[in-house]
Structures are given as C-alpha cells and as structure tokens.
Design a protein around this ligand. Sequence first.
Ligand SMILES: Nc1ncnc2c1ncn2[C@@H]1O[C@H](COP(=O)(O)OP(=O)(O)OP(=O)(O)O)[C@@H](O)[C@H]1O
Ligand SMILES: [Zn+2]
Length: 696
Amino acid sequence: MSTAKARTAHAKAILGPELHQRLADTKVLLVGAGGIGCELLKNIVLTGFGDITLLDLDTIDLSNLNRQFLFKKKDVKQSKALTPNDVDNVMVGSLPRWRQIPCFVAAQTAAPFNPNVRITPIYGNIKEPQYDLEWFQQFDIVLNALDNLDARRHVNKMCMATQIPLVESGTAGYLGQVQPLIKDRTECFDCIPKPTPKTFPVCTIRSTPSQPIHCIVWSKSYLMGQLFGEDEDAVGELDEAEKQGENAQEIATLRREAQAFQAVRKALRSSISPGAAKLVFQKVFDADIRNLLIMSDMWRARAPPVPLDFDAIMDGTFELRRQEPPAVAAAAAAPNGKANGIHNTVNAAASGSGSKGANGVATTDDGTSAAPAAGSALKDQKQLSLKDNVELFISSTERLAARLQAGEETIAFDKDDDDALDFVTATSNLRSAAYGIGGKTRWEVKEMAGNIIPAIATTNAIVSGLIVLQALQVLRKAYDKLRNVHLQVKPAVPLSTITMCGPNPSCGVCRDTYGKVLCDPKRALLGDIVKGVLGGDEREVSVYEDKRVLSDPDWEDNYERTLESLNVARGMFLTIVDEEGEWGTISMGLGVLPADHPADAPTFVLPDPLPRPPRKVKAPPPMPETPLRVSLKRAAPGDEGDDDVIDLEPTPKRPRIKVADEAIKSPSKKRKLDEDGLILMDGKDDRLDDDIIVID
Ligand SMILES: Nc1ncnc2c1ncn2[C@@H]1O[C@H](COP(=O)(O)OP(=O)(O)OP(=O)(O)O)[C@@H](O)[C@H]1O
Ligand SMILES: [Zn+2]
C-alpha cells in the first residue's frame, strides 16, 4: 500500500467509502486562520476534504505563535492567507515569497497527508462586496473560525440567504462551543440575541470606583484621552453653558478642572517642561481628589479617597490612612460598636498591614507584595509598591510625552503598546491606592484593559475536532444527530450536547425569504427592482438597506433613483417588508450582472421563480406580562463584591416614537426598529410615557 493510501485508510474505514469519496469533491469555506482556524485546517485536510478555501484578513502577530502552530517566527507580519498572485514574483532569499507565506506553508505541509488537497488562500475581509451571495453559493459547507460578533453575524446571514450549512464555533479560555446552523432546520446565529458588552456607570468610573476594573477603565478610556487624545474645547463649551444660564458655581469648578487639563496637556507637548509628569500627578492624584472631597454628601456613607503626595511618596514619608465614612464612624462610636457591616478599607496595595489586598495578594507594611517577592517573579507579574507605581508613572508619561513631541498627534490605549500599558498600569494602581482598592500587576492590567481572555490551544484543538464531527453529520444529512456542543469546566462532564432547536419564529434573519438580484447599480432603479420582485403584487411595502429606510408606502421618492445614488451596492441586501404584516419579509442580495450581459438588455436580472414569502399566521393577542423590574438605585457602599451585578444609572430619556396603530408583525422590521431605539406597539391599547412622538 502506498504511503498516501495507508494514511487515508483509517479515515476511509471510519467515514465509509461513499462519504470519504464525497469529501474529496466537497467545497468548504473556512473563515479565519487564527487559533481555531489553524487547528481546523489541519483536521479537515487530514479527514480528506479535498477543496478548501481559507480566508483571513489579518497578518501574523508574534502573540499568535503560541497556538497558531502553522506559523513560525519568520512569518510574523505576513498575511495569514494570501493568494500566490499577490506575492508571486517577490523573491526572499532563494525562495519566492509565496513559499514562505503561512497558508502555502500549511498547504505544503499538508500535501503528504492528502496529496489531492487543494487549498485556496484568500487575504481579505469576508464582509467585502466581492464575497456576495453568488460567491458563497460555490461552497457546500462553511466553517467559521472567527473571533468577533460582527463577522459571525455576517457569515450567518450569507449562509441563511444561500441555504448553505454553517458550523459556527468559538472558544474563551477553557470554554468552547460548536453549533451547526442550517436554514429552516435549526436556529441561526441570530435567533437568540447576544449579550452586549459589560459597561459601567460614568459616576463609578469618574468619582466613586470600588473595584480595580473601575480604575483601569478610568485610566485607559478617560485619563489617556484627556492627556494624549484629541483636544476637545472643554473651556469653550463651558463658556457656552454659562451663557445658557447653567449653575455658575458648578461651571466655575469644571472650568478650573478644564483649564488645569489644558495646562498639563500643554506641558506634555512642550520639550521645555521636564517636570510635566509631576504636574500631571499633582493635578490628577492630588488636586482632583481634593476637589471631589469638597462634595461631602458623596462621602457620607463611603470612605473618601486620599489625595496622594508626590514628594512624600518619593522620599518614603507618605502614610496612607483612609478615613472612615462619617456614618460608619458614628456607628462605631455608638455603644454597641457596630459599623453597619461596612469595613474601613485600609489601602491594601499601598499601606496594607500584612493583610490581604482586594486581589487576594498578601501585602506588607511598606505596601510591597509579600508574594511573589519582588525580583523573584517575572517583571510583568510583580506586585508594585506605591513608589514603584509613581516611578512607572513618571517613566511612562515621559515616554508618551516624547512621542507627542516627536510628532504623534494622539495616542490611544493599545494593549500591545508598552508605553500605554505602563501608563495605564501605574495610573490605575495609583487611583486604586487613593480609593483603598487592591493593586494589579502589569500582566493583570493587560488582561483586564485589553479584555483578553487567555487563548488555550487545547480548547481550540478540542473545538476544532468537534467542528469536523458536526460537519460530517451535516454532509451525511444526519440532521437528527446534529448537536450544539459545549466544552465546559466541569471535570465530570467536560462536554455537554444539546439537541438542536428549530428557528425562532420571530428571528429577523433566518425567517426572511431570500433571493438574489443581479444588477448594474449605476442604471438600475430602486422602484423597478422592488416592483419586479413583488411581481405585480400590489402590496404596500417598506424597503430597507440594513437599518436605512429607503422607502415606505407614503414615501416612494427614492423609487426613481438608481441604487448607486442610494449607496446600495453589491454584497448588500434590499429588505422588502409587508406593511400589513400579512406576508413574510423578502431579502434580496445584490450581485453583479454576468460579463456577457448585453448593454441594451434590462439593467437587472431577477431570479426565476421569484421569492415567495409565506403568509403569516396571525399571532394571538399578547398575554399581559409582569413587568421586569430593574433597580435604578446606585449600589450602597458595602454592597460591593458581586462582579456580575452592574448598577444601572437612569439613562437620559430619548424621545420614543410610537409606530402608528396597525401592529407590525414582521420580525425584520421589528429588529430594525428596535435597533434604532424605536418601539413597536403591538396592541391598540399599548401606552407609553409622555415623551412620545406619534407618527402616523
Ligand atoms: N471579517 C473577517 N474576515 C476575515 N477574517 C477575519 C475577520 N474577522 C476576524 N478574522 C480572523 O479570524 C481569526 C480569529 O482567530 P483568533 O485566533 O483571534 O481567534 P480564535 O480562532 O477564536 O482563537 P483564540 O481563542 O486562540 O484566539 C483571526 O485570524 C482574524 O484575522
Ligand atoms: Zn434565526
């Protein structure tokens, strides 16, 4: 038996000769050549897939090499997936450069395992217009190995529109998930809304932090912007506010703050200001904190912050003692001595007394960490004393200032920018010290500020294996065997499988009826296409492109305009929503006319037959629901510690628009309205608050 035959013998025995044979001709699109993508590419080549298109938009970073094993150090800064044409003629050393590009290296490495494999690498963004419905249609199956919601949602929509099965996946540390998605058979990626990223109330960040993450967010999102970002004319804005008659005393305080920021910004940009870092320190960690302390109400029930003294810290005479909040002090003085359960949070990072800091690291009296001992840990993992933080603050501020003076206009936080990371580490720790919060190492700050969840190669490997198993069930059409698989941190049950759910009837993506229109956007008119798609049906419709309304029954002005003039182009969708809510939504993906389309022929070609949406089943009137109660109260001091609970601040009211009485039953339209902050009124008796604009 030849080596190649011997290598495929097991796969053939497991898959059966029929499926094994079919894999050789199966066209698979793999989107993403990162942690999962590299593993998956190796797996599908070894399994016997014969025709693989690999698409990725990125170049290789040094930090990829720990898990993206197809890449080596010499590949850093190369694209992850280039076509030979992009780099064909460039010789590097004795080899043409394409032979050193990872995907080609991967293809070459894979060849001995499956001499028949054809890998087509593409360096591009899957959202680019040329990857339209027509392009997607060439594939039998799509495998996602992406790392962001936006691209995942896009591929999901393209697969729903073309009815191509998709296997979706993701990992986060030890957790992983694999989900096969097939139009009309299973739910799609958008059937269940995804949670939005965690946010914090502004006041917690600006005035009353209680956790290290609050100080880190303050440093990277607020302080860095104020010092190294665009110069916003805060002083001018305040002049304007004063003219409008706003509170003069508050304006005066804010003006002092804004002017002080202007002064330090100027010092940072001037090479004749060697003491700029000290000026920044004194403003941010001393003067601003003193200003906050004036607002005594704020500190009635929580321990006030302590202004930091630059010179005293540097000469070792600074003693950080936090006061108890008056309410606690009073309770402590009361006969039963109880302190309402509120602890005096003695600063753990800076002046702990052999106790444990908030981060659980024991601290010594001089504020240095007891473990790991300074010097014994890696530089990044060392706990920093108050003085260490001031020194790091000075050096990083000077490095950033030098960059401004050398011509960089603005510097924003980037976790891979050492100067910025040092600055955020130092300033967040100093702020933590002032507020009695435990400090974090540079390593921890990088993880938290960069929202990094450690990538674990083993998790990627397990998930990639599971993707192949699900893909094989899809290709066997063994739909009842498809499973949503979760990898979890439960030693007894590391894998759990969930039987697939059907589509969510109110999903605004997979419940649409899709079609394709090939057109010349320069000449094709919106109205002609819409009327053509409706095929003489006289229904009243609204037309959208993503969230843009292009027309509605009372406003058809755009019908006479070309798609190009409406910025509607290849790769986008025209969504046609039935105004009566009687018929499903039609989504038409736009493609280009074939090269041989005669110049005098119609400006667009519709599918035959035309897409026909299903008639909708009228939903029964909604049952009254117990309203969800959300506390708008700020957390009281002492309520801290539950990382998952976010205090909600009342958000400013927005005018809400009541969509006139006829209920709109289209999920697509509902999604678009929801995303725009509009409210869909389901019943005639629905009421809203006073701040409604009624449109009819
Ligand atoms: N719109 C897009 N088009 C093409 N490729 C994309 C797009 N968005 C992200 N990618 C690619 O997807 C890949 C994701 O890989 P990445 O390693 O970041 O995550 P992962 O595969 O989930 O693994 P890990 O958890 O180990 O980080 C990256 O190489 C990135 O360039
Ligand atoms: Zn769906």
